[in-house]
Design a binder for this molecule. Structure first.
Ligand code: GAR
Length: 210
């Protein structure tokens, strides 16, 4: 049984997708906690209603990134995570924090990385005249929205798209992509060695029985 700690900053729809998939598909994992840097994050309500432990480590209570990250790390580690899942967690993380969770922290970003890191990805894709856009799940490294890619989902950009229509189309895919990637990790089918992502098709038990 693997412990997953999910970090959110707001709506939490990706967190919700992961929680629902874990329950519905019977993953060998438990959602050990949902932690937010914003006390008002909507997603906390869903987690509480599901009986998932929640915590708030508010960045506004800390005077430096280093202090905030240290407090966040302490809060996360109380739940002994095998995997930390960033689900709309809108904070730049310090290098020591990232190093502490090396190989066991995933992020989802709403673009086809390496295109459009940072904020406003959907408008950036429209402004660039892209005909294709999407979302990326990647292992977290110290550089924002970089790090080895685990999986991507693609959607078309339609001629009359606005930021809202495009982000809605991408979000539908995020809700499938992120549970898929997290499931690979909890089933020991996803790993990273020397910056290289390795995905195996079958769960180890299935592989060895062949
Ligand atoms: C998602 O679209 C996620 O990809 C994005 O924030 C949204 C959070 O929505 N993350 C980033 O931009 C990270 N750089 P949610 O709270 O409903 O999951």
């Amino acid at each position: 049984m693997k412990n997953i700690v999910i970090l959110i900053s707001g709506r939490g729809s990706n967190m919700e997708a992961v929680v629902r998939a874990a329950e519905n598909e019977g993953w060998p994992a438990r959602i050990a906690a949902v932690i937010s840097n914003k006390p008002e994050a909507k997603g906390l309500e869903f987690a509480k209603a599901r009986g998932i432990p929640t915590a708030v480590v508010a960045n506004k209570d800390f005077s430096s990134r280093a202090e905030f990250d240290a407090a966040l790390q302490e809060s996360i580690d109380r739940f002994a995570p095998d995997l930390v899942v960033l689900a709309g967690f809108m904070r730049i993380l310090t290098a020591p924090f990232v190093a502490h969770y090396e190989g066991r922290m995933l992020n989802i970003h709403p673009s086809l990385l390496p295109l459009f890191p940072g904020l406003g990805t959907h408008q950036q894709a429209l402004d660039a005249g892209e005909t294709e856009h999407g979302a990326t799940v990647h292992f977290v490294t110290a550089e924002l929205d970089h790090g080895p890619v685990v999986a991507q989902a693609r959607v078309p950009v339609l001629p009359d798209d606005t930021e809202d229509t495009l982000s809605a189309r991408v979000l539908v895919e995020e809700h499938k992509l992120y549970p898929h990637a997290v499931r690979l990790f909890v089933e020991d089918r996803l790993s990273i060695t020397d910056g290289e992502v390795r995905i195996t098709n079958a769960a180890p038990a299935e592989t060895t029985s062949i």
